[in-house]
Design a protein around this ligand. Structure first.
Ligand code: URA
Length: 261
């Protein structure tokens, strides 16, 4: 691979400008292969160089993928006209110029949210043709009823007459008010409206997986982590819904029961 300038490599993958990079390099804050490089015009191999800025590794990929455990009270947008945005929660060393939330969770919803600057990947995730199943755990106002399962599988008709695609549903452990739901589409307030149509009410909604990318237990609410290539590929793999619920019910149920949000 042709070599490129260190400052070009860093500026394409972070929010730092070339003059900031020059300054950071002169202070010894940029390392390549563990060795401080004081001149930001040094040439590096973008595929193999191990570049760190202020101790934070800068991946070789042109694009960056951040998984946020979204807290309540933030909007999924880059524009703060409707309130504080999730972009405020991405630390500066993880941020790049073109980043945006690849998907929507309501302001009061929590859980897995991908933030990236890869428009093509975002399109694949959001497009109905992408068929990426998304699993949510909900805390209901009234006890779960087994008859919901069949209704969700048949395709819920929302109050405006719109029909949803078949969705899977399973009661979670430890509480008769917790349930997992798996959707293959993303209509406006869909989960909340689906439960409203069977006479219940969603009090808390947390997205716990997208494809086989599962919200890690160690990722605290409000925290971000950088995803590796293999994590991003997990988006396009499928998890068996029943197995997923059995395995993760104790963990995610505990989050909602204890209000760890
Ligand atoms: N469905 C909802 O109702 N809200 C969300 O945030 C996501 C899915």
């Amino acid at each position: 691979m042709a070599q490129i300038r260190l400052d070009k490599f860093i500026s394409e993958r972070t929010e730092y400008t070339r003059s900031q990079i020059k300054e950071l390099a002169s202070k010894g804050k940029i390392t390549v292969g563990g060795i401080a490089v004081k001149k930001s015009d040094t040439k590096i191999d973008p595929d193999t160089a191990e570049v760190e800025v202020c101790g934070q590794r800068i991946g070789s990929s042109r694009y960056r993928y951040i998984l946020l455990n979204k807290p309540q009270g933030y909007v999924c947008s880059t524009d703060d006209k409707d309130g504080e945005t999730v972009m405020k929660l991405v630390p500066p060393e993880m941020r790049t110029k073109g980043m945006f939330p690849a998907g929507r969770l309501d302001k009061d919803s929590v859980g897995a949210l991908l933030i990236t600057d890869d428009g093509e990947l975002a399109h694949r995730i959001l497009s109905p043709k992408g068929h990426i199943p998304k699993v949510y755990i909900v805390k209901l106002a009234r006890p779960f009823e087994n008859n919901y399962i069949n209704k969700f599988e048949q395709g819920i008709v929302l109050s405006d007459g719109e029909t949803c695609l078949p969705a899977r549903l399973k009661k979670a452990e430890n509480s008769d008010k917790l349930a997992f739901v798996e959707l293959h589409e993303g209509k406006y307030h869909q989960v909340k409206r689906m439960f409203a149509s069977v006479g219940n009410h969603v009090e808390i909604l947390m997205r716990v997986s997208m494809g086989a990318l599962i919200l890690p237990e160690k990722l605290a609410i409000g925290q971000c982590m950088e995803l590796l290539h293999k994590d991003v590929e997990n988006l396009f793999r499928k998890e068996d819904f029943e197995t997923f619920c059995d395995r993760y019910s104790p963990i995610f149920s505990a989050n909602l029961i204890n209000n760890q949000l």
